[in-house]
Design a protein around this ligand. Sequence first.
Ligand SMILES: O=C(O)c1cc(=O)[nH]c(=O)n1[C@@H]1O[C@H](COP(=O)(O)O)[C@@H](O)[C@H]1O
Length: 301
Amino acid sequence: MTPLHFADRLSDAVRRCGNAICLGIDPRWESLPRQFRAIAGEPTLAQVADAFAAFSIRVLELARGKVPVVKPQAAFFEGCGPDGMRALQTVLRTATEMGYQTILDAKRGDIASTATAYADAAFAGTPIGGKPLPVWNADSLTVNPYLGRDAIEPFIQTARASQRGLFILVRTSNPGAGMFQDLDVDGVPLYRHVGEAVAKWADESLGSCGYGDLGAVVGATHPTELAELRRLLPRVWFLVPGYGSQGGAAADVAPAFDSQGLGAVINSSRGLTFPYKPDDPAWESAITQAIDRMIADLANR
Ligand SMILES: O=C(O)c1cc(=O)[nH]c(=O)n1[C@@H]1O[C@H](COP(=O)(O)O)[C@@H](O)[C@H]1O
């Protein structure tokens, strides 16, 4: 991992690929191409984990050099137990070796003393006898800010010490996002308070590209709020999920970008990794075409 500021690494990766796609890796057994499910008898969790790793690595190979960022979602790997955790580690390591920027999507958040353990595992490694032993070694991590600055602090400090970044939930993509995030607090919706706090914290460490090392998660499915947050948070990089399978379109995500095409990565998970029926032998070309379509779609936004 190069010792550049996180936002500068992200900017370089987006510039190099010429697009701002985040390839979401959310493996689901029923959706895997048939060749990965060819197991005699009932599959065990260990076999499912192996299939998830093999499929994810093949997807990484197909998107290599085309797409700048990958985001494995920990839940699907955790669903396979300890072998799934090993598979997640293999996927993250392979992605880094292939030159991707990685986002570990685990939506962490806890009191500071526990957050420290999560943060160490996510970035530089768990300190044992004073020596960090690498675990996830991700470039960035998704976190939930609900517990407040003291609970986010270990994530910020640990990320900064090793030139990594965070994506902090601000306005999520799910249909019920507004239930709490839109609550009026002193005349302003709660998500704006969160967004403004993230902007303030991000300003503490700006890269030479002009963006901070703390980003915001803002859903593609709420384009009005996305455009509003872009205006309010000009130096915060956005992770924008909700494009494709959740209904977000290129026009919806267009306001997330600055004039140079930086400032946002647009995630698609199912739309890029499962654009075929599980028995379709041409699944690899379906993935390649889905990536090419998304590149063209975002370019024409
Ligand atoms: O943090 C995220 O990545 C995230 C935040 C959010 O508000 N909405 C959201 O869908 N996500 C994640 O983005 C991915 C979306 O997957 P697809 O709907 O298949 O593209 C999933 O891994 C979600 O967990």
